[in-house]
Write a protein of this length. Structure first.
Length: 285
């Protein structure tokens, strides 16, 4: 039997997985197992025209946990993330098979109002994208569009969401300044505050810190950790150390397939599939 055909736990490849610096308490195995399934995906196939991007994906996203998607470029992480609030509906020629349940309800059912779905399942993108408006107007944009007119209520929402996004103390004296005058890290936290203002249950984050310097990245990671008590978070990241630091569950994708998902600490220290081990030990990707 060659070393390649041995089960992962019996292989001694000489390569070490990255050190998993889970500095703060991630959810324990028992907590993870006891968490209610917030999103359940089964037999999901996804196509851009005739090109299939996702193959038979099955995954449960536990409530009030952070789930990280890792894998090499082009493996389908962002596509899958966008399936969770139907952002792919905006791309012409896409097609989906299978089920995505949010709290046991099919998000792709004909009766589902996509605007309401995206309020419940908010999104933060790789590149911060504040509107060319004031800081305040950025945060209260969602509630305003939804019909909230009370200035007091809008101020209350702004303060609460900026607090939760760990930005309030930096901007409270200049709420009417342009959002575009903020630093990159502050703009990203503003976009998180804006996403929180619609009172979502799930927050999807597509490489939220990849354009930021180490200090701003660290603030976003702290924030993700704090937010999980209130929200269910799914994050796409290229950075395995980041996945290890912030997530409770990690899912590894390769060429459109979900190779393996499990508790982060276990996936990084004792992956059950060779492809996962090769990826986390830096053999490819
Ligand atoms: N709008 C699109 N139209 C057609 N094909 C697309 C589109 N977006 C993504 N794809 C294809 O789907 C596959 C998965 O892409 P996706 O962006 O989901 O991967 P990813 O793992 O998020 O990559 P990265 O880490 O580089 O962001 C790739 O082959 C990509 O070329």
């Amino acid at each position: 039997m060659s070393i390649k055909t041995l089960p992962a736990e019996q292989r001694n490849t000489g390569l070490k997985p990255p050190r998993v610096a889970q500095s703060r308490a991630s959810r324990s195995a028992d907590e993870l197992a006891a968490s209610a399934p917030k999103i359940s995906v089964s037999s999901l196939n996804f196509y851009y025209g005739s090109s299939q991007a996702l193959y038979d994906i099955n995954l449960t996203v536990p409530e009030h946990c952070v789930t990280a998607f890792i894998g090499p470029s082009g493996c389908g992480k962002s596509t899958f993330l966008r399936c969770m609030n139907r952002m792919n509906d905006m791309i012409e020629g896409t097609r989906l098979e299978g089920d995505i349940l949010l709290d046991s309800h099919d998000i792709n059912a004909a009766r589902v109002d996509v605007v309401s779905l995206r309020k419940r399942v908010g999104m933060v993108f790789q590149k911060s994208n504040p509107f060319p408006k004031s800081i305040l107007e950025n945060v209260v944009y969602g509630p305003r569009v939804a019909g909230e007119r009370s200035k007091n209520r809008l101020m209350e929402i702004a303060e609460q969401c900026l607090e939760r996004a760990a930005l309030w103390h930096e901007v409270k004296d200049r709420l009417n300044d342009s959002a575009l005058a903020l630093s990159g890290g502050q703009q990203q936290r503003l976009c998180i505050a804006r996403a929180l203002a619609t009172d979502p249950e799930v927050l999807l984050m597509d490489e939220p810190a990849s354009a930021l310097d180490p200090a701003s990245t660290s603030r976003i990671e702290d924030l993700i950790f704090e937010l999980k008590d209130r929200y269910t978070i799914v994050i796409v990241t290229h950075n395995m150390q980041q996945a290890a630091r912030v997530s409770d569950q990690t899912a590894f994708f390769f060429q459109g397939e979900l190779v393996e998902a499990g508790r982060t600490n276990e996936l990084f220290t004792n992956p059950s599939k060779k492809q996962t081990e090769d990826y986390i030990t830096g053999r490819f990707g």
